[in-house]
Design a protein around this ligand. Sequence first.
Ligand code: HEM
Length: 548
Amino acid sequence: MAPPCSASLLDVTGAPCICCSALVMAAWLCRSVMQRNGIWLLPCPVSTPRLCSRGVGSASSAPRTLSAFQDNPRTVDDLPHVSFLELLYRLVFQGFYNRMHELQIYEKQRYGPIYRNGLKSVAVNTPKLLEELLRNDEKFPCRGDMSLWKDYRDMRGFGYGPFTVEGEQWYNLRAVLNKRMLHPKDSAQYGGIINDVVTDFTKRICYLRQCSPTGDLVTNVANELYRLSLEGIASILFETRLCCLEKEIPAGTQDFINSIAQMFSNSMAVVVTPKWSRSVLPYWKRYIAGWEGIFIFAKHLIDKKMEVIQQRVDNNQEVEGEYLTYLLSNTQMSTKDVYGSITELLLAGVDTTSNTLTWTFHLLSKNPETQDTLYKEVSTFVPADRIPSAEEITRMPYLRAVLKEALRMYPVVPMNARIISDKDVSIGGYQFSKKTAFTLCHYAISHDEDTFPEPFTFKPERWLRDGRERPNPFGSIPFGFGVRGCVGRRIAELEMYMVLFRLIRLFEIKPDPTVGELKSINRTVLIPDKPLNLHFVDRGHVNAHKLK
Ligand code: HEM
């Protein structure tokens, strides 16, 4: 059975049906939106900001500058704010519940660049304000409460991974995880593994198009890219191939994919229902069973690797390997912490990369001139019989610009969060007390017209370093920022560059007119609202090309 596409992964049938009245439904939707994001990056604020009361707030959307308020700075009370009921109305009756990214733009138009959203978090909505906030980030940045993810780990005695751990422990964990992953030279060592995976993916695309009635159509491309991303990240983390790109996915791998779906789809119900109901209602059991399947799979692969390492040690052989071997044999990490971290890395690495590639292929199919420019670069950069090395591929300016622009238009993580825990901060002329929760509205920011003229037009040229003025870097930071930024960024970029390079060199990507307009919906990550089919038209090299 094919794996669910990332769209269906998060939209699967287990969605709880607990909404018997409009109000309950509204509450559920709201909580589930909070939770969907909380699971990933936008936890519910752990505390309401300590409000410094200064009377009734002004509705002005334009914050005055800090200097104007040095004597008497404005506070959170002075911000325009959205009430909880307004938020519910927008989610339910205006249909924003699965378009929270578009709600950012709507609210920005109404309230300006900084306001308090319906969840009492301060929404930050321009590149300049985002920069101000993130430059104030702390030594141990915090996104918020991740207790929902911690529960299972606590029950089973597994350690916390990079998403769940906080404070100094997080700092120490990242110091270990960053090695061999974060820097371009680290990721370059995975070039060979990624290339092998991309070769298998290219073969699979060739096979699928041949099977289609037109001889070049691939249906549900997101589904295929999901398989690719899982194969890619697993081959790096576990140093083993899962065979997701074979005709049939192995049963254990399919169970793992199903477990991810089960965990995500039941987590919403777990949040909206009281703790006492866990033994009565089915959601908690299903949610925990989802985590169980995820951890069983990861643990099995980690244990197998440990056996191999032990055998080599027993035989006085050198222990060599990449990521997992490094974690197991070169660090002080306990096995239970390795289980926790590897599992979270695995979860973080699949939907993000696969959906970004889906959007990029979609955009290229709709913009043939851009695709031609990209083809010119990929077809001349290295000889046709050669695959570029990891170092070479990161030196292709147009390829990089295409991906950067796709991530600007469809930031796969469209919002993020920070809680500045230890100090008061001043943002946009407003003074905020410590523990204030901030929402980072990345989608609205990367569609800011002042920073990106024609923000809804795909223009990779914006990012070229050819003498033109480049946009404010905080206008688009799809991998986050600073020490808590994405640990998998370099690996993800390398994989995405390689996939784009190889496929654009072989095929002209054309849209399938039967698909119609593709819209984005926010299901933890930004996904298409329907399956994307694409024509992969042979540029004349498929047979001649050695898929090595
Ligand atoms: C297109 C691909 C990807 C995008 C756009 C992306 C985006 C992000 C963003 C926005 C964050 C939050 C950063 C912050 O709060 O400042 C993040 C965190 C994270 N990402 Fe990625 N990511 C991608 C791929 C990956 C991959 C392949 C992995 C695994 C190897 C990964 C692992 C993680 C982890 C573990 C964190 C949490 C870091 C921490 O809290 O310390 N990501 N990612």
